[in-house]
Ligand binder design. Structure first.
Ligand code: NAP
Length: 351
């Protein structure tokens, strides 16, 4: 699929962990033209290459190197704004940008659970974008906000959506092993992260549960209805650089066989695959049969970091079925998912 015209785009919070992923994904994007990079006041006026403490293995894209960083304001010269702001800055700017006609694709928690803000995984609940009609009318905005979930909620929801759709989840238990980059930069102090597991991430378990229920729930044309299954989450920070691992156990209606569960996950495709969107993975869920996969170092970059890798699908004596899911937290769990949401919104003429 080819977009009718290129849209100008800004990255808000461009120097940070997620901001850098956005810059990397957008610099040569076929539908979007990267024009604006924002920062806090302390780096405003600097060249991007001088201000960003670059963490990715590929070099800073040529297109971004010489862009002069601007403070975040609500009159940015860009049609689409990809937000990787800290929450406090998002509170200050995201709604203002939408009011002044910008289409904001946010990675921040600020508006995720608002009753008129679609919280979207492009393969899972593309129909939730319809909420933008209600949002614009209710708030009087000419722009919009589409939210991206918390990184562990995206991994869980993408890996379980085909099963919820095919059978219905009755109960879910998830334990996460989350990468250090999920805390941003500088994030977790090295003495806390190295050789360690920290069994607490502030607000993470609450976000994982409530956002997953919104992703997997419905939209009836005027309101969202949360998916009604019971869910328990335990979140841990582990000494891994990138890639969140999630140990998931489910009770599914009708107790499908392991063969059926595996085939359902393997065969899953969504709207991005149907439309051939530029950032879409060919297979959003990759199933591995080896007993020791997925592993972050081996599997996080599958499909350019846009697939969830699932392995160890087996019976669970307590809940029914269990497996392990791995997703790249700053790509599928953040910037990549948000770019895919924007491609979907453009393709479906919501923006
Ligand atoms: P980070 O590494 O701490 O980066 C945040 C960046 O925002 C900083 O580089 C800061 O840099 C910049 N900033 C601060 N105030 C600003 C303002 N007013 N305008 C523009 N930029 C400003 O954090 P992160 O991990 O990238 O996370 C960014 C957001 O994404 C957070 O809300 C986080 O919860 C969310 N998120 C993160 C992940 C993940 O895996 N890391 C996943 C999903 C969602 P300067 O001072 O140089 O401007």
């Amino acid at each position: 699929m080819i977009a009718a015209r290129k849209r100008t785009v800004a990255v808000l919070g461009a120097t940070g962990t997620v901001g850098q992923r956005f810059v990397s994904l957008l610099a040569e994007h076929p539908w979007f033209e990267l024009t604006t990079l924002t920062t806090s006041e302390r780096n405003a006026g600097k060249r991007y290459a001088d201000a960003a403490h670059w963490h990715l293995s590929e070099p800073i894209p040529e297109r971004a190197r010489d862009i002069t960083l601007t403070p975040t304001t609500d009159d940015l010269d860009a049609e689409l704004c990809f937000s990787a702001l800290p929450h406090e800055a998002a509170v200050e700017w995201e709604a203002g940008l939408a009011k002044t006609g910008h289409h904001v694709f946010s990675n921040v928690k600020t508006h995720r659970m608002d009753g008129d803000v679609p919280l979207v995984i492009a393969e899972v609940n593309p129909e939730h974008l319809d909420a933008l009609r209600v949002q614009r009318k209710r708030r009087g905005w000419s722009g919009s906000i589409v939210a991206n979930g918390n990184c562990s909620a995206i991994g869980f929801s993408l890996a379980t959506a085909p099963l919820h759709r095919a059978y219905g989840i009755e109960r879910a238990l998830v334990t996460t092993l989350q990468a250090l980059s999920g805390a941003g930069y500088p994030g977790v102090a090295s003495l806390d992260g190295l050789d360690n597991v920290v069994p607490f991430i502030r607000e993470e378990e609450e976000k994982l549960v409530e956002e997953s229920r919104k992703f997997l729930g419905g939209w009836d044309g005027s309101r969202f209805a949360a998916a009604a299954f019971e869910m328990s989450a335990s979140c841990n920070r582990v000494a891994v650089r990138d890639g969140h691992t999630e140990i998931i156990a489910l009770t599914l209606r009708g107790s499908p066989s392991l063969l059926d569960v595996t085939a359902t996950l393997r065969g899953f495709r969504g709207k991005p695959q149907e439309l051939g969107l530029p950032t879409a993975p060919r297979c959003p869920i990759v199933v591995r049969e080896e007993p020791d996969r997925p592993q972050p170092v081996l599997d996080r970059d599958v499909e350019r970091g846009m697939a969830v890798t699932v392995g160890r699908i087996r019976e669970d004596e307590v809940l029914g079925v269990k497996f392990v899911a791995l997703s790249h937290n700053t790509i599928r769990g953040a910037a990549g998912a948000s770019v895919l949401n924007a491609e979907l919104a453009v393709a479906e003429k919501f923006v």
